[in-house]
Design a protein around this ligand. Sequence first.
Ligand code: SF4
Ligand code: SF4
Length: 111
Amino acid sequence: MTEMIAYCGIDCFECGAFVATRDNDDAKRREVAELWSKEFLPGTLPEDINCEGCLSGGVLFSYCHDCKIRECAMARGYANCAFCEDYICDKLSEIFAVAPEAKERLDSLRT
Ligand code: SF4
Ligand code: SF4
């Protein structure tokens, strides 16, 4: 497998939390925690940075574990949001604003 496309279109294999977990790399955990604390989730600690990816069925970072997009797409039975008749919904718009590459990925699956 060369990619793991989350329901929202993010490629988990490119995510810092995934990389830090895969490599059990505490320096990377510190780097990701510092970045995400500034840009995304204040108070994120290095020990919070553990994730095996959205589709893994394993350990998930807390935000992704509770993700409303993931919950919604799973409940509707889609492989990801590209297959949804309500694409692009408000929940996705929020993610696309900070992760435009996720939109490009899902758009390409729809064409
Ligand atoms: S599920 Fe995990 S690897 Fe995927 S985007 Fe979220 S934190 Fe990153
Ligand atoms: S409504 Fe559709 S596009 Fe929006 S999160 Fe749910 S499955 Fe994804």
